[in-house]
Ligand binder design. Sequence first.
Ligand code: NAD
Ligand code: TYD
Length: 342
Amino acid sequence: MRILVTGGLGFIGSHLVRHLLVQENVWVTNLDALTYAGNPENLEDVQGNPRYQWRHASITDEVAVNEVLSAEVFDAVMHLAAESHVDRSIEGGLAFVETNVVGTQILLEAARRHGVGRFLHVSTDEVYGSLGPSGLFSEDSPLTPNSPYSASKAASDLLALAAFRTHGQDVVVTRCSNNFGPNQFPEKLIPLYITNGFQKEPWPLYGDGANVRDWIYVKDHIEALWLALIKGRAGEVYNIGARNERTNREVAAALLTLLQLPKETVIAVPDRLGHDRRYAIDPSKAERELGFHPQFGWETALEATVVWYREHRSWWKAIKSGQYRDFYHRQYPTLGTFAHDG
Ligand code: NAD
Ligand code: TYD
């Protein structure tokens, strides 16, 4: 089976590529533009694998995308490439529209033109918008996204479904909840807190800290993506989640304990604009139809994540001393610098 993965140098994509290469008879071509979020180190261990190659191009480059798709006959596209950080989309949404919306449409059309079998579009629960204190997102919940990120993901999600309805293209869409685990860029909540903790830097907590996210370990998500690829029904949407809701305060408390840090580490900062209050996924369709069952518990997976960041200081220090510093200082102007060396 030949699979084109997009965004394979990012957080989830790199775990997916490694998982695919463990399967027998799977060849992976990774189309990744290497934006700030991509990192070749994430896939250093598979560089020499004869069943793996990286094509350095943007999904917004129609010529390059068509070249990649005409060079091989692919059985499937697994589309993960995206601008993925809500706070960056609040600063400016254009790159989000270009990559997430235009790039997805370019890929869908090229996949159709070149006779690719299945197109797995990796979407997010954020397309559903925000929940009140009760209830869960089902696949039939209305799409009411609130940030430029989630609006651009909703647009691409609907374009993928439209390709199924209009052209009969073999499209499957997954909508997963918040991921955490090794290799996540330290702008996202959990790796930001862990790495700031090692550097004795404060932990910015938005608003009242009572916002709820439904956390899933990245290795469970990629297993769900594989199951959706091989078992999902064309034209269907599958919610992916691990029934693991936590307030941001609870996440902070769990990490304070693991890192043995005082509660004063957590500093309240102004709330994110348009901050979604609560996400919670009903994954029963994926459980029923795909046989998806998460294997990793919250506590052990969070501890494994802390251990990974402890053992990979050079990976995140290179990021935090580079361009990311500028974004951090714009985002948290009151928190000072990464002065200390953890
Ligand atoms: P990430 O930001 O870590 O990685 C994105 C990758 O895409 C990077 O390697 C980057 O270089 C690449 N990329 C960006 N723009 C590109 C372009 N124009 N052309 C080619 N490559 C490009 O993202 P992630 O957290 O791994 O998320 C991957 C996918 O999963 C995204 O589609 C995201 O919306 C979705 N998702 C993420 C989460 C989460 O919690 N992180 C949850 C649900 C769904
Ligand atoms: P994030 O990891 O950015 O994921 P998303 O916005 O896609 O859910 O944020 C997770 C939650 O943590 C969200 O409610 C915003 C909050 N948050 C903070 O309180 N402080 C921070 O520094 C960051 C990055 C996020």
